[in-house]
Write a protein that binds this ligand. Structure first.
Ligand code: SF4
Length: 207
């Protein structure tokens, strides 16, 4: 009996190239991580907003930056922020560098809640993998995410220390700051090297 059309599709799309199943795995992991985040009275979007704000650098703490990071609209983010503020986990403050702008800040209660971040379950599972698999997973997923983001035209976002504009040169006149941002020429503190930036430019930018 000749195979039916769906069988042929299955063989050509899945069996013929098992690597194609990576996209399905990523989707499954996404569903699992989303399911984990309906705890402590928060939704996955509220957890993501809280987590991002706790890690964002000084250029990236506005509601607009958060909306871009989550790939959502300012209106949706506004509702998320109102909920987090009502629960006492996050606050919106006037930015001292630009009084017209708003910056987000995690409250002490928000920091305590983050100690119970449900994604720690995923971290525990990753910690069980051999070191070379963890490294390959991190590198491969990071590169794939940047490629997809680039094609979609969004901001890359990334950790300052890994940015192509990051400089480990000493900043003249700022002895406490050993690092410098090549975009703004401002000093970067040790703590900020590990923070997420909206202006991040990957070193592996490919045509
Ligand atoms: S070096 Fe890159 S990631 Fe760091 S602050 Fe500057 S633009 Fe942002």
């Amino acid at each position: 009996m000749s195979p039916s059309y769906p069988d042929e599709i299955f063989r050509s799309k899945v069996r013929a190239d098992p690597k194609l199943r990576v996209s399905e795995l990523i989707d499954r992991v996404g569903r699992v991580t989303r399911g984990l985040q309906f705890v402590n009275g928060l939704s996955p979007a509220q957890w993501e907003a809280l987590r991002y704000t706790s890690r964002a650098n000084r250029y990236s703490t506005s509601p607009t930056a958060l909306a871009k990071f989550l790939g959502t609209t300012k209106g949706t983010i506004s509702q998320t922020l109102i909920s987090l503020e009502k629960k006492g986990y996050l606050q919106r403050l006037r930015d001292e560098r630009d009084r017209r702008s708003i910056r987000l800040e995690v409250t002490p209660a928000g920091w305590r809640l983050l100690e119970r971040d449900p994604l720690l379950e995923i971290d525990k599972a990753v910690a069980c993998l051999p070191a070379h698999e963890k490294e390959a997973l991190f590198d491969g997923l990071s590169r794939m995410l940047r490629d997809v983001q680039r094609k979609l035209g969004g901001n890359e976002f990334g950790v300052c220390e890994e940015c192509s504009l990051f400089s480990a040169e000493n900043t003249p006149g700022a002895p406490d700051n050993a690092y410098r941002c090549g975009l703004t020429s401002e000093a970067i503190s040790d703590d900020e090297t590990q923070r997420i930036c909206i202006n991040f430019k990957s070193p592996d930018k490919r045509a």
